[in-house]
Design a protein around this ligand. Structure first.
Ligand SMILES: NC(=O)c1ccc[n+]([C@@H]2O[C@H](COP(=O)([O-])OP(=O)(O)OC[C@H]3O[C@@H](n4cnc5c(N)ncnc54)[C@H](OP(=O)(O)O)[C@@H]3O)[C@@H](O)[C@H]2O)c1
Length: 372
């Protein structure tokens, strides 16, 4: 039985769409076991923690995969663990439709404290009984009242995610917004915590519970280097190398990338061997795959875009243009778009048949955009 995404399996997924996929829709990585990822990925963050949304996500995930999307992104806290369970239900349906586990790149995250399925009557009591009493964390391990990345906690969360998703292994396991902790703790302590987390994640990879790991971030890589919660990729890759050498499994970074958040391409905030680089450049130099999140800025760039954006891409709707921008950006392997509606999943998956934008189209858009 297949337990995780494989080079062959993901290539087989791409081959299903050989006749229809636009150029550049599928991207094969040089690293991370040579997996092939679709240029759009399915996000599962937004929405109510209720049964109606569970069913809507399951239907949307099935529609997305049937439309040529093989990257599924989640986090244990999304809709209080219910999004992971919606993915499980979708995987069951997809299996019956002939899609194998090894064709799909399954990603989830740990770091935020979350209830289980719904808001508990007494949250303090819930977290005390479920975690503190069982020795999984203590109050000193928690930052910002909601974040934890100790090995003991991550081990607990990883096992809950495996159970929620109904799988034996996760392809990419992210530490979720680790920069949250920098608001409270000094950088030296932060790096010690990351080192402990990476050491745990390397051991989880050695046991086959995860294939790769990464950091899913919001602000960390999008600010000036001097900002208190900014992250330096080279420093973090160095930690992974110190733990496991060149064969380390820290291979993915997620950061927002959309028409209004272009820092990965435009802000030179990373220092790599004495050079000042953008995140896209630094990731390439350091063997990290970049995944863009919030491709529609939580729906805000799906409407009312200036006409020149549509002209640049020649596509029908604003949502299509915004997604075309995110999926075509040099350096971004997959652009994640949240879709709790199957209608959106079907619409967005139509882009799989459209070739990614050329560098020329891109440059024109940037030049026009900077004229205001
Ligand atoms: N730090 C992190 O780790 C982080 C942060 C943010 C996001 N992410 C990941 O990135 C994913 C994407 O980000 P996001 O979900 O926050 O926001 P998003 O993808 O920018 O936007 C999602 C919203 O756009 C709507 N939408 C989708 N397709 C549309 C279309 N064709 N026309 C109009 N509206 C459309 C969705 O509606 P429906 O739901 O009704 O379909 C949803 O309300 C997340 O789901 C998550 O997996 C990670």
């Amino acid at each position: 039985m297949d337990t995780h995404a494989t080079q062959d399996g993901t290539q087989r997924f791409a081959a299903r769409f050989r006749a229809t996929a636009g150029e550049g829709h599928f991207r094969t990585l040089d690293i991370a076991g040579g997996l092939t990822l679709s240029s759009l990925g399915m996000g599962t963050y937004l929405g109510q923690p209720d049964e109606k949304t569970d069913a809507a996500y399951t239907e949307a995930i099935v529609a997305a995969v049937e439309g040529g999307i093989n990257v599924l992104d989640c986090a244990i806290n999304y809709r209080m663990q219910r999004s992971e369970r919606s993915i499980r239900a979708a995987l069951d349906e997809l299996r019956q439709k002939g899609f194998a586990r090894e064709e799909l790149v399954l990603c989830t995250k740990g770091g935020y404290l979350t209830p289980d399925g719904g808001a508990p009557a007494d949250p303090n009591k819930y977290f005390y009984q479920e975690y503190i009493q069982r020795g999984i964390f203590s109050a000193k391990d928690i930052a910002a009242g909601c974040h934890c990345m100790t090995p003991r906690f991550l081990d607990d969360q990883l096992h809950r995610s495996l159970h929620n998703l109904g799988v034996q292994a996760i392809d990419v396991y992210y530490l979720h917004n680790p920069e949250t902790q920098l608001a409270e703790i000094p950088r030296s302590e932060f790096l010690a915590r990351i080192r402990a987390a990476f050491t745990f994640l390397e051991s989880a990879a050695a046991k086959g519970k995860i294939q790769h790991y990464g950091l899913a971030t919001w602000n960390g890589f999008r600010q000036e280097a001097q900002a208190r919660d900014s992250l330096q990729l080279a420093e973090l890759v160095q930690l992974a190398r110190e733990i496991s050498g060149e064969a380390h499994h820290f291979r993915f970074v997620q950061l927002p990338f959309n028409l209004a958040m272009t820092e990965a391409l435009t802000l030179a905030n990373q220092s790599v061997e004495g050079r000042t680089l953008t995140m896209a450049e630094a990731a390439e130099a350091l063997g990290i795959t970049l995944i863009g999140s919030a491709a529609l800025l939580q729906g805000q760039v799906a409407h009312n875009l200036p006409p020149f954006v549509r002209e640049a891409f020649g596509l029908e709707t604003d949502a299509e243009c915004a997604l075309q921008f995110a999926r075509s950006s040099p350096g971004i392997t997959t652009a994640l778009v949240g879709m709790s509606s199957a209608a959106h999943a079907r619409k967005n998956a139509r882009l799989a048949a459209v070739s990614a934008a050329t560098v020329d189209q891109f440059t024109k858009l940037f030049e026009r955009g900077s004229q205001g």
